[in-house]
Write a protein that binds this ligand. Structure first.
Ligand SMILES: Nc1ncnc2c1ncn2[C@@H]1O[C@H](COP(=O)(O)OP(=O)(O)OP(=O)(O)O)[C@@H](O)[C@H]1O
Ligand SMILES: [Mg+2]
Length: 496
């Protein structure tokens, strides 16, 4: 354990239950000034719950949370919490206000409105310029709805800094970012910790990133602290995965060399200007690059109205599906990348979320006993722990909700499955299991089209990758034998 010199916050023996479910069972966690601290653990371990309790947005059970000022003197909970800011995967900004207005919002709450508007704009500029002077000059008056997610995160960090935050908790901030955006975020965080003594807590399921950014780590497993403040340099990847309880059940890696030529089903061809890709049944096509380009291809495939750029043709299929329902009925599955707004059915229980596609494909209305068992099996295949399949999805952790979207399509006889970031926020063990399940689907002849911002997973799983550059144009196709991180970075214009 690395001793916490000069802590900002210290959590001891924290517990938390939801009804009969005990989520935190005595967690210890402390963060020192100026450090970047990785908070690690599998899906449902209790990371977000602890973060919510530290910020005061959830109540605690037993245990203590203490805050300290820079001299080491204790602060009251209210004073301490005023110095803590959270940045989630989903932005907490008001889209119809400008960047400057969003940054100064917390000041208004404290009666800053009385001060001249000019002053508040200066303050916003100052905070944003600490992060990126060029961005500050260019974007102070832009509307937040016109920003990319990465830019929005910068605004959130600026808002935290301008309100005097000494600790920023980043709960999976990189899950929606491309490699280049992630590395820009990291350099900002590193500079801020060095120059201002800011402390950062960083949650991520991407091992490579954790190593890049963090100094120390705390590992939580099933609501308990397993590793309390250990330097990352003292832990191997294998040790971290093992401590998190993430050692995967051994699979028979039998799905490898499948003879895709012998498979039944029609090939699918997609075309844009002078680029043509023909996918035979069972092919896993990776799609790489910043969201704009992949979005055009994906919407052409799954029947959304826009994107005339791409032509999709397949024997027996219409030129374009009239609706997602028609697409699903014809055997084209889709996992959306926007889990919160488009994927999860928030007001329906877990079981309906899992069975949604089966409903459409089978045209069934009522849940049969057989389907109930099917749901339990699907959840098991993805290591989902739910108190009851009749609970609402809101009772599940972020990564676990993501698994529901994929479960919808597992085991269905789809002839095409289009995936947008299907492993977003999913823990390391389940990721490996998902790769295996997707390979299995491909081995039955399903064509998989898979967009991911995590290049490593595309390189691991795909037969071919189509890359898009930062302008949204398709920049090339990489075949299995030519795949490498460098080649992918080059084609996506994201060499770092
Ligand atoms: N409102 C709630 N009611 C019941 N259970 C809940 C509720 N909120 C969270 N839980 C449970 O608490 C546990 C911890 O969830 P939490 O969101 O803290 O996990 P996490 O470590 O952040 O996981 P992930 O990596 O998937 O984000 C999960 O088992 C979850 O189902
Ligand atoms: Mg979480």
């Amino acid at each position: 354990m690395v001793e916490t010199r000069n802590p900002v916050v210290s959590v001891k023996g924290l517990t938390k239950s939801y009804g009969a479910t005990s989520v935190l069972k005595g967690v210890d966690f402390s963060v020192a000034r100026g450090e970047i601290h990785a908070l690690l653990g599998g899906n449902g371990a209790g990371k977000s719950t602890m973060i919510h309790i530290i910020t005061g947005s959830a109540s605690k059970g037993d245990g203590d949370i203490s805050f300290f000022d820079p001299s080491g003197a204790p602060r009251t909970d209210a004073e301490g919490r005023a110095r803590v800011a959270v940045v989630h995967q989903e932005l907490a900004l008001l889209p119809h206000l400008s960047v400057a207005e969003n940054i100064t919002l917390p000041h208004y709450r404290r009666g800053f409105a009385a001060v001249k508007k000019r002053l508040s704009i200066e303050k916003a500029f100052e905070a944003l310029a600490m992060i990126d002077p060029e961005f500050a000059a260019r974007s102070l008056h832009r509307l937040v709805e016109d920003l990319s997610l990465h830019e929005g995160q910068m605004v959130e960090i600026a808002r935290a800094l301008s309100s005097g935050a000494e600790l920023i908790l980043l709960d999976e901030p990189t899950a929606n970012l491309t490699a280049a955006e992630t590395s820009r975020l990291f350099s900002v965080l590193r500079r801020l910790t060095r120059e201002t003594g800011l402390s950062v807590v960083f949650v991520s399921h991407r091992m490579k990133e954790i190593r890049q950014i963090a100094d120390v780590c705390t590992i939580i497993r099933d609501g308990r602290t397993i590793v309390d403040r250990l330097a990352l340099s003292e832990l191997s990847d294998v040790a971290i995965i093992e401590k998190m309880g993430q050692v995967a059940a051994s699979h028979s890696a039998s799905s490898a060399a499948v003879d895709r030529n012998g498979m039944k089903g029609e090939p699918l061809s997609i075309r844009e200007a002078d680029l043509e890709i023909t996918l035979s049944p069972g092919t896993i096509l990776g799609v790489a690059g910043a969201p704009a380009g992949p979005a055009t291809l994906i919407s052409a495939l799954v029947g959304a109205a826009q994107a005339k750029r791409w032509t999709v043709s397949r024997a027996g299929w219409p030129e374009r599906f009239a609706s997602p329902r028609r697409a699903a009925a014809a055997g084209a599955g889709f996992v959306t990348g926007d889990r919160t707004h488009k994927g999860i059915l928030h007001s329906l229980p877990i079981i309906d979320n899992v069975l949604a596609s089966r409903r459409v494909v089978r045209g069934a209305t009522f849940i049969s006993g057989r389907e109930r068992l099917e749901c339990v099996d699907l959840l098991q295949a993805l290591s989902v722990k739910a108190a009851s399949i009749w609970d609402l999805p809101a009772t599940l952790s972020g990564g676990t909700q993501q698994k529901l979207l994929l479960a919808r399509w597992l085991g269905l006889p789809s002839s095409l499955l289009v995936l947008e970031e299907p492993t977003r926020g999913v823990d390391i063990r389940t990721k490996k299991e998902i790769y295996q399940l997707i390979r299995q689907m491909a081995s039955t002849g399903t064509i998989i089209v898979w967009w991911s911002t995590e290049n490593a997973e595309l390189l691991e799983v795909c037969d071919r990758i189509v890359a898009f550059d930062t302008e949204g144009c398709a920049s090339g196709i990489i075949e299995r034998q030519d795949m490498s991180e460098d080649r992918l970075a080059e084609l996506t214009g994201m060499a770092t």
